[in-house]
Write a protein that binds this ligand. Structure first.
Ligand code: SF4
Length: 259
């Protein structure tokens, strides 16, 4: 498929989602999303073409929290089956460096998905990985300059982060989900203070407010994030790293609240 056709599909999908959700995004954000789709296709076109089952919905109903509340776990994964091996992929709009530095955060979730797959299909997952579609800043800048430059450096980018299969993770993660449900039900979900959003975790370049909050669906109603994005003075050394991403985010924020 050529890029022109891919763009047409992207536009059709965008219109459909806009219609379904009643929400649109700024032009900046839309171009950022297109960039991820295009790079994903250029880098991982083969994985996409070999997908045996795409967007498989996994459900684990009738779970009980420690306080006895019922809840359901759901997840969506992609599956590639070849040479008797089954590989499960979870596509995330995070960047691979973040995922690599925080593997434990993803390992539990994907092991629960592998468990759900086994319940559903009766087969074991042999390999699993996160596909982190957000390109690193160097690649993003190169892509915005021109497609040819990006082709030169696209080879260095590895968006696939493999994770270990570990059955011990399943029970631990399900308990953690249950505890979280109990906290939500009890109204205990206070956002962390601004200082945490400004802090840069070991091994990461961007602070929590950019690396994590930017992907959080609750950010528009979060006071800490409101303070963070609406011009907290960030420290000089991290400002350069987060600036372009946060400008896009500020744009979206203004669009959502200042009309
Ligand atoms: S935006 Fe989300 S992740 Fe960030 S502090 Fe608020 S609730 Fe937590």
């Amino acid at each position: 498929m050529d890029i022109k056709k891919l763009r047409e599909i992207f536009e059709d999908n965008y219109e459909e989602l806009k219609y379904e959700t009643g929400r649109s995004i700024t032009l900046n954000m839309k171009e950022f999303a297109w960039q991820q789709v295009k790079l994903y296709y250029e880098k991982l076109g083969n994985v996409a073409k070999n997908m045996t089952e795409a967007e498989v919905k996994l459900i684990l109903p009738e779970q009980l929290t420690p306080k006895g509340k019922k809840y359901t776990i759901e997840g969506i994964v992609d599956i590639v089956e070849n040479e008797d091996k089954i590989t499960m992929y979870d596509i995330k709009t995070h960047n691979s460096e973040e995922v690599q530095n925080d593997k434990d955060l993803y390992k539990g979730q994907l092991n629960v998905y592998a468990h759900m797959w086994k319940n559903l299909k009766g087969t074991e997952i042999d390999n699993m990985a996160v596909i982190a579609t957000s390109p690193p800043s160097g690649l993003r800048q190169a892509t915005s300059i021109g497609d040819e430059i990006a082709i030169d450096i696209i080879d260095d980018w590895n968006p696939i982060v493999e994770l270990d299969i570990d059955n011990n993770e399943v029970e631990k993660q399900i308990r953690y989900f249950g505890e979280t449900v109990d906290k939500i039900e009890a109204g205990e979900f206070k956002a962390p203070p601004l200082s945490k959003l400004k802090a840069v975790k070991k091994g990461q370049k961007a602070p929590f407010g950019t690396a994590v909050c930017r992907h959080c669906d609750a950010r528009y109603s979060c006071n800490s994030y409101n303070q963070y994005i609406n011009k907290v003075k960030l420290d000089e050394e991290i400002l350069e790293e987060v600036d372009s991403e946060d400008m896009v985010e500020q744009d979206e924020w203004k669009d959502a609240f200042m009309k």
